[in-house]
Design a protein around this ligand. Structure first.
Ligand code: C2E
Ligand code: CA
Ligand code: CA
Ligand code: CA
Length: 278
């Protein structure tokens, strides 16, 4: 019933109907998943490129589905965003991530936790209060929390977003621009928003060692970030050559399968316990 093409108008409707039903089904399954604790947070380390030591983790949500197995975010985050469920889902991830990260801290070691924040979540009424509550209930120092916002969400109400970010900044929470370089006016955002960290998109990192053009662009992003006093995290690092290039180019942090995939909490703890470079 999913055939496409001219003159198939009659076939479109059932297909659309089916899609709508699937979305409704997914929405109610996801709502139940939230209630019944089927969601889990995995942790992927970010590495200090100068020392090779774990500097922090990014919290990445998964769904331990009762019949379909462990589902990655691509299978449910888009539906969560379309249906508004992203707000309670994001709140849950934030609380879990802060709670875990609080246990990572020691008197001599600060470990950053990055949490992805969707547009609807950031602009929702109670977001500031939710962050305050998550920090208070977990005991995590605010400066250990790094909230990642993507460039694409900045297409919304930029003034509202800016004022929300200012509030978070005043709490001493830090802000990262995720997937940097993939949007249209990345540079303008850096000037207008209170940002601490730039995450260089994987699509640049992929080719730094074999494409002069991407290498130049990445070098420029890193240099510009540095001149604005922003830290850089390169995402999607898979090969040693990339890590070496990034380090030589003064990129501060790296994240990628080269060091570790996102892993469950107990494995994250084990990564943290490694004394030297990962
Ligand atoms: P993202 O924020 O860009 O997260 C990085 C994604 O790249 C993760 O995919 C991670 O597993 C993957 N990755 C990391 N290193 C490598 C690498 O070396 N190679 C490759 N090929 N991939 C790598 P994941 O976990 O599937 O998450 C996908 C996206 O889902 C995230 O992209 C983020 O936009 C979204 N997401 C995940 N968790 C949350 C959440 O709690 N809230 C919201 N709003 N979005 C989330
Ligand atoms: Ca992210
Ligand atoms: Ca990213
Ligand atoms: Ca990306």
């Amino acid at each position: 019933a999913k055939e496409r093409g001219k003159g198939c108008v009659a076939l479109y409707e059932p297909a659309l109907h089916e899609q709508a039903l699937q979305e409704l089904q997914l929405r109610s399954d996801l709502a139940r998943a939230l209630e019944e604790d089927q969601l889990v947070v995995h942790f992927q380390p970010t590495i200090d490129l100068a020392t090779g030591v774990v500097a922090g983790f990014e919290a990445l949500v998964r769904w331990q589905h009762p019949t379909r197995g462990l589902l990655g975010p691509v299978h449910f985050i888009p539906t969560a965003e379309r249906t508004g469920l992203i707000v309670p889902l994001g709140r849950w991830v934030l609380r879990e991530a802060c709670r875990a990260a609080a246990t990572f801290q020691t008197p001599t070691r600060r470990v950053t936790i990055s949490v992805n924040v969707a547009a609807a979540q950031l602009t929702s009424e109670g977001f500031g209060d939710e962050v305050v509550a998550a920090l208070r209930d977990s005991g995590l120092p605010p400066s250990c929390l790094l909230l990642e916002i993507t460039e694409s969400m900045l297409l919304g109400d930029l003034e509202l977003i800016r004022s929300r970010l200012e509030v978070l900044r005043r709490l001493d929470v830090r802000i990262a621009i995720d997937d940097f370089g993939t949007g249209f006016s990345s540079l303008a955002y850096l000037r207008r928003l209170p940002v601490d960290v730039v995450k260089v998109d994987k699509s640049f990192v992929d080719h730094v060692t074999d494409d002069d053009h991407d290498a130049s662009l990445t070098r420029s992003i890193i240099a510009m970030s540095q001149s604005l006093n922003l830290a850089t995290i390169a995402e999607g690092v898979e090969h040693l050559g990339q890590a070496e290039w990034l380090r030589a180019t003064s990129c501060r942090f790296g994240q990628g399968f080269l060091w570790s995939r996102p892993v469950p909490l107990d494995q994250a703890r084990a990564l943290l316990a490694v004394a030297g470079p990962l």
